[in-house]
Design a protein around this ligand. Structure first.
Ligand code: ADP
Ligand code: ZN
Ligand code: ZN
Length: 669
């Protein structure tokens, strides 16, 4: 007897011999320990059991069987195969992503099995407390259900604070009452204690939370509980929770559906959790609700075309008004030398007034890389990573320089290696720099900073949010993390320091994304009983996108963007696939990328663009080339996959391509 086994390596599967003593224990969906390579051992998952002896290879034996019953269902395996197929990666990569680390390890297995189900949190709150929906929330609630009669997938387009979450809660209750399970997906950084507490108060012990920032043992416990006879009926989780087992899934909610962080970037599988969730729901015959204040262009088009149902909520809860957005032209102010550091007088005055009135302020600083750079005052030399083509981030507190790609740390040199000058200046408009300025303008104010550096440790993000909502801090400075579905009562003013950084990114989504972020940030102000104020500093005060944000005009933004996408053949009018080639040697990767693109052109013609060197052309000493494929939406997915794999296989078969790495990014964001 033989078994095909999936291992946490980038291949489909490997065939092993099942020793007669284990034959009764080995079945599809159980984990086994197998030898791999010269001396390694892996935990793998049995995909199939059969009698076909592989030819021309020596077959190794399964060593132990870890489970007495399958730990993945056949539906889950189908789902894995769909991910591998659509996102063009080996099944082994999906296996790696699907389980918490503890389930891919051999040690301590007995202890963990099944009974080690720790209850999360402490079951606080008194379950059952549920707000009454107001009139238009009830209307939306009914419309969503009507819409599901004809459309399994429905978009709920509701302005910030319209009470989408309340509507979700009532829908969830309905499905739980029917004995169905519900999956509630949120982007990583939007999953806070705020939302957890709201759901806990209503659903109590029925709620399980699945978050990558939890310790692994907790995630294992949730996974195993979902397999048990008494699973959580409601799972609140981040993108990886689509890999959990469900018994009877009835409803999937994808909140903040426009969030690009639903797409996994690295490592493979590079899947989009929204697309995966839609697929998962289809498998179970479940309904899907996509919710957001600012739909993604892709989703909105599907709703416009009648492929998705569409429900709108235009009024904020208790009918409070949308904030006023005041645009401050910082180009002119800079020219007139009237800026105070990164601040206009208008913004400083607004902060001052707010603080005097006992209110709170959020300052938003978007910056790619979330970082600040330094350069030599004399010659402009900028320190860069030795292994990656990026400038290093400067950390003032430790005087250290770090690379955000590979994590290398360097000391700030005493003198510029280029000109021997001994003074550097901090040029990045990072959050740290904003904090420094704010402390000089408002020395009395309590200031908190929220960015990649301050939220590295587990829970620190939630801690900052919770402290701010308890008014333990007056001013919160942050990157787009502050734009997520947070609910603050006392924020009078939101200041956007520089709206342009996002607009100028060389990406077909940069306008859409800018609109999302600005609209979400603006939605943070004036949430309870008060009209909020948003001060938006920009160097492109006349641009269309800024006007659309100020007017809160999603449709206008959509109209211009969709026209552009059609004209330039971008999604949703095409299906993008990026082909990445990586090699240590610059010339080798150049040569092989050209060769690959030529071969692709023979079959795909004008669908092929490049190869190009991406903005960061070298990471961890690997040179990178990227080929862009703009596939027709009518092109057959399976045929495309076959073609790409055969061409890449052909290139990789050459001796020169020995250590070439190739991977695909399907539907990149
Ligand atoms: P959204 O998800 O659309 O941003 P929320 O559901 O978070 O909106 O609602 C915004 C705020 O209004 C929250 O503090 C919420 O508790 C409150 N709220 C919304 N609807 C109701 C309701 N029907 N009864 C009581 N409070 C509500
Ligand atoms: Zn580096
Ligand atoms: Zn210098």
């Amino acid at each position: 007897m033989f078994a095909d086994i999936c291992l946490p390596v980038p291949f489909e599967s490997f065939t092993y011999l099942v020793p007669p003593a284990l034959e009764s224990q080995v079945g599809v969906g159980v984990r086994v320990v197998v030898p791999f390579g010269k001396s390694k051992k892996y935990v793998g998952l049995v995909l199939a059991v059969h009698g076909n002896e592989p030819q021309g290879v020596t077959v190794k034996e399964i060593e132990t069987v870890l489970d007495t019953a399958p730990i993945v269902t056949t539906l889950q395996l189908d789902f894995w195969r769909w991910i591998a197929h659509y996102y063009m990666c080996p099944l082994g990569d999906v296996f790696k992503a699907a389980f918490p680390a503890g389930m891919k390890k051999d040690e301590g297995e007995k202890k963990r099995r099944r009974k080690n189900i720790v209850e999360q949190f402490d079951g606080t709150g008194c379950p059952g407390v549920q707000n009454q929906l107001n009139e238009w929330q009830q209307t939306a609630f009914r419309q969503i259900q009507d819409s599901w009669q004809t459309h399994d997938i429905t978009l709920l387009h509701g302005v910030t604070s319209s009470g989408k979450t309340e509507v979700y809660i009532h829908l969830i209750q309905q499905y739980i009452d029917k004995g169905k399970q519900v999956l509630y997906l949120l982007p990583e950084i939007a999953l806070t204690t705020q939302i957890t507490n709201r759901l806990r108060a209503v659903f109590g012990e029925k709620l399980g939370v699945y978050h990558s920032k939890f310790v692994d043992a907790d995630r294992v416990a949730v996974y195993l509980k979902q397999l048990s006879g008494s699973p959580y009926q409601l799972i609140l989780g981040v993108r990886s929770s689509v890999f959990l087992p469900f018994r009877d899934l009835g409803l999937v909610i994808v909140d903040e559906e426009h969030e690009t962080s639903f797409k996994q970037q690295d490592p493979a599988p590079r899947y989009h959790a929204r697309a995966a969730a839609v697929m998962l729901a289809r498998q179970y015959g479940a309904k899907t609700l996509l919710g957001t204040a600012t739909p993604s262009i892709e989703t909105f088009k599907l709703a416009q075309d009648g492929r998705y149902g569409y429900v709108r909520m235009d009024r904020r809860f208790s009918d409070m008004q949308m904030p006023d957005i005041e645009v401050v032209d910082i180009k002119r102010l800079k020219f007139q030398k009237r800026m105070k550091g990164s601040f206009s007088q208008t913004l400083l005055d607004a902060i001052d007034e707010t603080l005097k009135a006992g209110g709170q302020v959020i300052l938003f600083q978007n910056r790619r890389g979330f970082s600040s750079f330094i350069e030599c005052k004399n010659c402009g030399w900028v320190p860069r990573c030795e292994h990656c083509d990026v400038s290093l981030t400067f950390h003032k507190k430790t005087n250290a320089l770090t690379c955000h790609y590979c994590g290398s740390t360097y000391m700030l040199p005493a003198r510029c290696p280029n000109c021997e000058e001994a003074s550097f200046m901090n040029v990045g408009l990072g959050t740290e720099r904003i904090e420094e300025q704010i402390r000089t303008f408002f020395p009395e104010a309590r200031v908190t900073r929220m960015d990649l550096d301050t939220t590295r440790t587990q829970n620190s993000y939630s801690q900052i949010i919770d402290a701010f909502s308890r008014h333990e801090s007056d001013i919160l400075i942050g990157t787009q993390m502050v734009s997520k579905g947070l609910d603050f009562d006392n924020v009078h003013v939101v200041g956007i320091l520089d709206a342009d950084m996002m607009l100028n990114l060389p990406d077909f989504r940069s306008f859409e994304r800018t609109f999302h972020i600005l609209a979400q940030v603006a939605g943070r102000s004036g949430r309870k009983g008060r009209k909020g104020r948003v001060i938006l500093q920009t160097r492109s005060a006349d641009s269309e996108i800024i006007r659309d944000v100020v007017d809160n005009n999603y449709e206008e933004m959509y109209r211009t963007q969709i026209a552009e996408r059609e004209l330039f053949r971008y999604p949703p009018f095409t299906r993008l696939i990026y082909v990445y080639l990586l090699h240590r040697d610059f010339h080798t990767v150049e040569h092989l990328a050209n060769q690959t693109a030529d071969l692709l052109r023979k079959s795909l013609g004008l669908r092929v663009l490049g190869p190009d060197c991406p903005p960061v052309g070298r990471v961890q000493s690997m040179h990178i080339r990227k080929i862009i494929l703009k596939m027709q939406t009518s092109d057959n997915v399976a045929r495309t996959r076959q073609l790409l794999q055969s061409i890449v296989g052909q290139v990789q078969a050459q001796p020169i391509a020995n250590s070439l790495r190739v991977y695909f990014d399907v539907d990149p964001v």
